[in-house]
Design a protein around this ligand. Structure first.
Ligand SMILES: NC(=O)c1ccc[n+]([C@@H]2O[C@H](COP(=O)([O-])OP(=O)(O)OC[C@H]3O[C@@H](n4cnc5c(N)ncnc54)[C@H](OP(=O)(O)O)[C@@H]3O)[C@@H](O)[C@H]2O)c1
Length: 169
């Protein structure tokens, strides 16, 4: 069966997802959730996000997108185009018996794959922050919220947040 293309993203009230190549908040609970949602699955991410994480994430296979001929992502698979990335991730999903391919950002990569996304796991972060990377605008005519959860804020969480599941209408 063809794996689903699933986004996982944490987004501030004003749409910001990143500032100066990093995430502008610390939410320990959301990192744990990211691990749970992505475990055992192939991840697609842009070169900037790959470099910002600084290492391939354990328990997953990363496909890093770049057009830079010099770029060699250590411990990850390289893709030079969206199609190559999807082909590679689809083959990895088959080998891993994973039902989903995860699109893990950043802004360029979310925008590029949005038209093909089937599910979005969105963490709505109750902050308005400055930043240079934004999640693409979602057309309310195309997406519906199918689940919403307000988890308890843990000591290591810098803000309140909600977990939303969106599915394409
Ligand atoms: N809050 C969240 O959930 C979340 C998640 C992920 C990332 N982030 C944040 O998002 C920010 C990074 O986002 P970003 O938009 O600046 O960068 P990005 O999407 O991570 O990476 C962009 C890079 O991907 C490559 N690329 C883009 N389109 C491509 C294509 N069609 N074919 C081949 N390669 C392609 C290019 O690499 P080359 O320049 O090497 O050619 C481009 O510079 C950071 O601040 C990060 O912390 C936040």
């Amino acid at each position: 069966m063809k794996p689903k293309l699933v986004f996982v993203a944490a987004v501030a009230r004003n749409g910001v997802i990143g500032a100066d190549a990093r995430t502008p908040w610390r939410l320990k609970s959301d990192l744990v959730r990211f691990r749970e949602l992505t475990w055992g699955r192939p991840l697609l991410m842009g070169r900037r996000t790959f470099e910002s994480i600084g290492r391939p994430l354990p328990g997953r296979e990363t496909v890093a997108l770049s057009r830079d001929p010099e770029f060699r992502p250590e411990g990850a698979h390289l893709a030079r185009s969206l199609e190559e990335a999807l082909d590679r991730a689809t083959r990895l999903a088959e080998a891993m018996k994973a039902p989903e391919i995860i699109v893990a950002g950043g802004a360029q990569i979310y925008s590029a794959f949005l038209s093909r996304a089937e599910v979005i796991h969105l963490t709505e972060v109750a902050l308005t922050v400055a930043g240079d990377a934004r999640f693409p605008a979602l057309d309310p005519g195309e997406w519906r919220v199918t689940a919403r959860e307000t988890p308890l804020r843990a000591a290591e969480d810098e803000a309140d947040f909600e977990y939303l599941r969106l599915e394409r209408k």
